[in-house]
Design a protein around this ligand. Structure first.
Ligand code: SAM
Length: 285
């Protein structure tokens, strides 16, 4: 990287130069829309909370804009999992400036087991590839044992997905994802980004969501029963619950009433607390 223009938050070359030097032409199939503004990536890192005592898991570091933000903002260690081998040399150059603080794994985040490489407490911070973002989020929200390995998730999503994550009842975006998130986390949108913030610019707007885990689910409920109920209820979200939940058995109408839910209500009107009450009643038989 000798001879390149240096005027950045960390003394490393600007990201445009890094991309040019390593010929990192963006690949659509890998969801590569890069953030090149290091002030912006440092801001996202700050939104994740105090990183100084944390290991950070970053999925999809690409040329390393957010990685650099995380390290500048004092992350104890960053474990960066990147599928595209072309990005590895660029990431190694960052690691050389922060000895012992950046580990790069060249792998598919859907397949690699990262737990052995992380020490608690862990925060996850990522500008996720859109094609795997929701699936990874659901995996992180549904581990075998709760609480999970992470304290918080600070994640970039398409704006519409971010709205589904934080949605409240009686809104178009309210559904199973909002219920799952609300059951186990506090969640809020902490930043909005226009398409022009990325290179190349995607077609959609984006938003960063910050989720903090609860130590135990917000309301008692059996996960499998709750899941069955919400899958049925939102599978036919415009129908009355007494009809969409018919498959739960003949007692469902009485059970809805016992849970404080009018059988004529629709799924999108019902708060998490009521769904959990229904799950307890159904589980008790
Ligand atoms: N973090 C960088 C930034 O903010 O500029 C890049 C973000 S870009 C939206 C998504 C990144 O995830 C790309 O670098 C892409 O190669 C990587 N990626 C895509 N699918 C992946 C997967 N299954 N596992 C790990 N990385 C993946």
């Amino acid at each position: 990287m000798k001879g390149l223009f240096v005027s950045t938050i960390d003394g490393l070359p600007p990201l445009r130069e890094v991309i040019k030097a390593h010929d990192l032409v963006a690949k659509k199939q890998l969801g590569q829309n890069f953030l090149l503004d290091l002030n912006l990536t440092a801001k996202i890192a700050r939104l994740a909370g105090d990183l100084s005592a944390c290991d950070v898991l970053e999925v999809g570091p690409g040329p390393g804009g957010l990685t650099r933000g995380l390290l500048v903002e004092g992350a104890r260690r960053v474990l960066a999992v990147e599928k595209d081998p072309r990005c590895v040399p660029a990431l190694e150059e960052i690691g050389a400036v922060y000895p012992g603080r950046l580990q790069v794994i060249n792998a598919d985040a859907m397949e690699v087991d990262v737990l052995g490489h992380l020490n608690a407490p862990v925060r996850v911070v990522a500008n996720l590839p859109y094609n795997v973002g929701t699936e990874l989020l659901i995996r992180w929200l549904t581990p075998k044992i709760w609480p999970p390995f992470w304290q918080s998730l600070t994640l970039m999503f398409q704006k519409e997905v971010a709205e589904r994550i934080v949605a409240k009842p009686r809104s178009d975006h309210y559904g199973r994802l909002a219920l799952l998130v609300g059951w186990r986390c506090d969640a809020k949108i902490v930043m909005h980004l226009p398409p022009e913030a990325f290179t190349p610019a995607p077609k959609v707007h984006s938003a960063v969501v910050h989720l903090t885990r609860l130590e135990a689910p917000r309301f008692a409920a059996d996960e499998t029963v709750l899941n069955r109920i919400t899958t049925m209820a939102f599978g036919q979200r415009r129908k009355m619950l007494r009809s969409s939940l018919k498959g739960m058995g003949p007692a469902i109408e009485a059970q809805l009433e016992a849970a404080g839910i009018p059988p004529t209500a629709r799924a999108e009107e019902i708060e998490l607390e009521r769904f959990c009450a229904l799950a307890r009643i159904v589980a008790a038989g």
